[in-house]
Design a protein around this ligand. Structure first.
Ligand code: 28F
Length: 646
């Protein structure tokens, strides 16, 4: 059949085409992404409409076929999508459903929100993002057919192909490879998804056929969640049968199945709202945890199974537990926390589920004494293990603390003040300079940590390897704010961490190694402007005036000229080759005294390029490094990471 000629496009047609064009312009807005995950969302949209029809009690077999031409079809045995002409748009209902961006909810009378992960943006999105979308409706004894192509353009208006005794809907679509990075359907992804749906939809049968490989999946669970738990625990040692309860309270349907396994120390709780997984839990899960904890504790107390007053904690009771919590919530009560709809927010669900599981579990425990006693015993063992583990951890921490204290005590010269913001830590190159700094410093708020030898290059080693290096372990424990992702700059014992090395190439290399360490393991210290490099002077210009020594320090050639002019004729210039050549008085006033020192703050101009630069500088690729150095370093300028502050 030819496409409709232009003048017959109605306003409704135009609006519809604009709607679907919008989907093609910004597909990710409708299906989250255009990678494999987004591709499979097209499948879930169609399957969910077939599921909704089964939920309404029409048909209980859904067949999904992956075809060789890259298309996929879904068949249900429902009533068949209506084909009667829709008054205002003068279009058959089925054409409207595949052309209009409506959530499924608007069209179907279902009480519960669509089961689609995207909450039913509807089949029209699948149509809009497909090369073709071919629909056959078996209804009223007729085989009705229509076809869209190229992103939802109607190419075959509704026609009758013949008669039939069947009823249901068949949708076949081929995703558009101009939209998707992959149009390769994955059998396992589809099979796993529909198997989960089968567990949630008692008695609905899902068949998945892959014509490319002849793979086949066939899922139907008449006991629903009970079989889901049994399936999850198939390789474990159950302590008892799968326990399941279902009921309704205040319009909310609750369906729970659970099972305990011996020698299983984890907990697996999966929750759903209207057959959509709530990955981040929410009010139904909180209610479940409260209710089951109370039920087991009350049973244990009433039967004198717990000694004394120590209550079993929730985690003790959930050790070895696998549970599925599935709620059906009417649209008007459905609330989520956050944007992703992965966490249920409906407030009533806490009390409803808590009372539900409390009452049912209490009844079950009283009816199954042997299991109940073994469960409480298992919980008491878990409690003892937890208490023992915590004691062991505290002991380990205190011994480690003692060990660290020992290391620190023989290395760190601490500041006397506890005003962490004002305190300054000088990380000094070499023991001798460390000694001079220790003598020269202001002992109230300046701490000295001398480093032995060159630190490791941390740009190419693991956290564990880094920690083995005593120098870094000492720095981490001295600063006291953790490291890596646990680093919290607000816990730092120092407002300034100052790297103080000789002003020679060795010193520069140590600076780079330390800056790399801080960049890799305490980046916020740099970002908050707490990392500095001390700038010991290169020269001292002096002369005797009336038996008094007058002098100036100079940090580079320009400074030197200025100092010579200030001191005037008869000056003497001494060159400092390293920190060790200064006495404590000179080191204090030239490099450590905030009133006269020069500090350079380590800053990260642009995180991405900094990361690149650090890895080039510290990486193993010397060619790339040499090229970077030639391009980026003017040898007469101070290090590119720093600008000068007091
Ligand atoms: C392979 C995908 O989409 N199946 C569907 C139906 C059945 C009805 C329906 C769908 C009511 C008026 C808008 C039929 N008879 N499978 C599917 N099966 N939608 S989608 O109705 C949609 C609304 O038009 C249906 C009576 N009531 C509903």
């Amino acid at each position: 059949m030819a496409e409709k000629n232009l003048e017959s496009y109605s306003a409704a047609d135009i609006e519809i085409l604009e709607g679907l064009a919008g989907v093609r312009k910004r597909p990710a807005m409708y299906i989250g992404s255009t990678n494999s995950t987004g591709l499979h969302h097209l499948v879930w949209e169609i399957v969910d409409n077939a599921v909704d029809e089964a939920l309404n009690g029409f048909g209980n077999v859904i067949v999904i076929t992956i075809h060789k031409d890259g298309s996929l079809s879904v068949l249900d045995e429902g009533r068949g999508i209506p084909v009667d002409i829709h008054k205002t748009t003068n279009m058959p209902a089925v054409q409207l459903i595949f052309s209009t961006l409506h959530s499924g909810g608007k069209f179907s009378s279902k009480v519960y929100a669509s089961s689609a992960g995207l909450h039913g943006v509807g089949s029209s999105v699948t149509n809009a993002l497909s090369v073709y979308c071919d629909i056959t409706v078996f209804r009223d004894g007729k085989i009705n057919h229509l076809r869209f192509e190229n992103g939802g353009k109607l190419v075959t208006p509704l026609e009758v192909l013949g008669t039939t005794r069947k009823h249901g809907t068949l949708v076949r679509f081929k995703p558009d490879d101009k939209i998707f990075s992959t149009t390769n359907f994955q059998f396992d992804v589809i099979a796993n998804h529909v198997q989960e749906s089968a567990f949630l939809l008692k008695g609905v049968r899902f068949v998945v056929l892959d014509e490319r490989t002849s793979q086949r999946g066939d899922f139907c669970y008449n006991e629903g969640l009970k079989e889901y738990v049994a399936y999850l625990n198939k390789d474990k040692t159950p302590m008892d049968e799968v326990i399941s309860f279902d009921g309704e309270d205040s319009g909310i349907k609750v369906d729970i199945a659970l099972q305990y396994c011996a020698k299983d120390y984890g907990e697996s709780i999966y929750s759903y709202a209207n057959n959509v997984r709530t990955r981040d839990g929410g009010t139904h899960e909180s209610g479940f945890k409260m209710g089951i904890t109370k039920a087991v504790n009350d049973y244990a107390t009433e039967n004198q199974l717990i000694r004394g007053k120590i209550k079993l904690e929730g985690s003790d009771i959930r050790e070895g537990l696998t549970a599925i919590i599935s709620l059906k919530i009417p649209e008007q009560m459905l609330q989520y926390e956050g944007q992703t709809k992965q966490k249920l927010g409906t407030p009533e669900a806490v009390a409803i589920v808590s009372n539900f599981i409390y009452n049912n579990m209490t009844y079950y425990l009283n009816e199954h004494k042997e299991f109940a006693v073994s469960l409480v015993k298992k919980c008491i063992d878990a409690q003892n293990a937890r208490i023992a583990a915590r004691k062991a951890k505290d002991e380990a921490r205190s011994t480690r603390k003692a060990k660290v204290e020992m290391i620190l005590s023989d290395k760190l010269t601490p500041a006397q003040s506890k005003d962490y913001d004002k305190n300054e830590l000088f990380i000094v190159e070499g023991e001798s300079a460390g000694g001079t700094a220790r003598k020269g410093r202001n002992r109230i708020y300046q701490a000295i940590l001398p480093l032995r030898g060159k630190p490791l290059n941390t740009d190419s080693i693991s956290k564990e390897r880094m920690l083995k290096n005593e120098e870094f372990a000492t720095i981490i424990n001295t600063i006291g704010a953790g490291f890596g992702e646990d680093f919290n700059v607000d816990n730092s014992h120092y407002g300034k961490v100052i790297i103080m090395t000789d002003a020679d190439t060795d010193g520069a290399h140590i600076q780079t190694l330390l800056i790399t360490f801080f960049y890799n393991f305490m980046k916020p210290l740099i970002l908050k402007g707490k990392l500095f490099v001390a700038m010991p002077p290169l020269y001292r210009v002096s002369k005797e005036v009336n038996h008094k020594l007058v002098y100036r320090y100079a940090w580079d050639e320009t400074d030197l000229e200025r100092a010579k002019k200030e001191i005037g004729a008869g000056y003497r210039v001494s060159r400092f080759k390293g920190l060790g050549e200064m006495n404590d008085e000179q080191l204090w006033e030239s490099t450590m005294n905030p009133a006269s020192r020069l500090l350079c703050k380590v800053t990260i101009e642009d995180p991405v390029s900094a990361a690149r630069e650090i890895s080039i500088l510290m990486g193993n690729d010397t060619v790339v490094r040499r090229q970077w150095v030639e391009e980026n370093v003017n040898f007469n300028e101070i290090d590119t990471f720093v600008d000068e502050v007091k």
